[in-house]
Write a new protein. Structure first.
Length: 214
């Protein structure tokens, strides 16, 4: 669904007139804010299949710091693969990296370890790799990448729409004080149930991630 369709879906549930653009009225703008709030909450609630993607880095000889373009500091790493050398890279804490680069003399070789090191001027995550690359390597960061807030009518939602619509409706009802029959508390409970159902459906695609061992 598009941003505009989501807003109109919420407006109908609140017994309001639909709009042709999100910015048409002050109230539709407010509902647009609630849609973004709900989208952010739903996206943060689970590692949705639709938000999983791969960010690729091509290394340069003797350079250890790289930017994950497009990450915007909104990602969760699932795993990192040195695709050239065919193995999974391992995370190391910043203190470990400081010791490897600042106390000791880092060698050249195929990158085996990674650690995040702030963000660049565009807000994208920066990552250090160790050892320093001795050639060109393709590093694949498999991540869950949350999206930015909607600003344009035609932007589309990646996660299931029902939890977003129900939560935005609950937020709108609480702000207004009534919906003509259903309390805000009931609407929030419905939103919670809808989100739980959507997570259960999506989790079936990754059953190994819901198995817990003691």
């Amino acid at each position: 669904m598009t941003y505009l369709q989501l807003v109109n879906s919420v407006l109908r549930r609140l017994r309001e007139n639909e709009v042709t653009t999100v910015g048409q009225t002050s109230y539709s703008k407010l509902i647009g804010e609630f849609v973004n709030d709900a989208k952010r909450t739903v996206e943060d609630s689970y590692d949705w299949t639709a938000l999983r993607t791969t960010l690729t880095v091509s290394t340069t000889t003797d350079t250890f710091n790289y930017v994950l373009t497009g990450s915007q500091n909104r990602m969760k790493v699932l795993d990192v693969i040195n695709d050239t050398s065919d193995f999974f890279m391992q995370y190391r804490a910043s203190r470990w990296m400081d010791n490897a680069f600042l106390i000791e003399t880092p060698p050249l070789g195929t990158p085996q370890f990674y650690s995040f090191n702030g963000v660049d001027a565009n807000g994208d995550n920066a990552v250090d790799v160790y050892p320093k690359p001795d050639a060109v390597y393709q590093l694949r960061f498999n991540v869950v990448l949350r999206t930015s807030d909607f600003t344009e009518d035609a932007e589309t939602l990646a996660v299931p729409p029902s939890p977003v619509i129900q939560l935005a409706t609950a937020l709108g009802a609480r702000e207004r004080g009534e919906t003509g029959g259903t309390s805000a508390a009931e609407l929030f409970a419905l939103a919670d149930n809808t989100l739980a159902d959507a997570i259960a459906i999506d989790a079936a695609q990754h059953p190994e991630e819901t198995i817990w061992y003691s």
